[in-house]
Design a protein around this ligand. Sequence first.
Ligand code: CAA
Length: 257
Amino acid sequence: MDYEYIITSTDGRVGIVQFNRPKALNALNRGLMSELMDALDAFDADDDIGCMVITGSEKAFAAGADIKEMVNATPAAMLDNPFIDYWDRLRRIGKPVVAAVSGFALGGGCELAMACDMIIASETARFGQPEINLGIIPGAGGTQRMTLAVGKVLAMDMVLNGRFLTAEEALQHGLINRIVPTELYLEEAVKFAAEIAARAPVALRLGKEAVNAVYEMPLQAGLAHERRLFYMLFSTEDQKEGMDAFINKRQPEWKGQ
Ligand code: CAA
């Protein structure tokens, strides 16, 4: 498939989407977000793919929503414009999505990384919500997801004062999974995704859904939801296979059934 703003590829069972607007530091315009979601939807529907990686360049994962595209926007135009909905669509991808972040992950770029399930960061990654410098606030989940991840006082510092987090700080505050050498960051993220992609496909989807439920439901409802998903997995061939493989001391062969 030919895209204008992204490059897609696969590595075994990992589907990779790389942003390709280097001159604009991968600023997220409508075309890029639309292509990103089309590519992720296609990987999500492909049985040969178990996990996805989204990434930018070494210098910038993404420097935010495209400011030049937004400068003359009005509230009514923004209500009509599905642009921010793309971040919500990412939430509806069933398979795990890993963000491989190097350089700037700012504004909508940081929000995109946080909307993924896990984040692998290079030593040079920088996370920030600098919208305050433009006279606005984050609009694609930054005030909510950043606060849930790093806590109120640090989120306030980022949202009200434009503070950036280094990769080290992001790790310390639970925003990312791990830091890897910059020259290997994509390779390491793909390796990480490949490990996940090799696991039982239905359990992966339901595990993702159950963890995400914590953001949507009160504890009692979340626990009940988890219990139903847990019981449901006992109808899969993979549950029988996984437990039989354990008991007979062999490697399981997942069917995704
Ligand atoms: N939108 C549009 N273009 C952008 C951009 C953005 N978010 N970020 C960078 N660019 C463009 C620059 O305009 C510049 O283009 P030209 O060469 O045509 O002038 C090019 O990318 C390179 O940028 P710089 O020259 O600024 O590079 P730098 O290395 O000096 O600085 C930076 C890097 C600190 C990331 C700086 O570019 C910057 O501050 N960018 C904006 C970050 C930002 O405010 N992001 C939030 C956007 S709003 C948002 O995301 C809302 C939301 O919640 C959805």
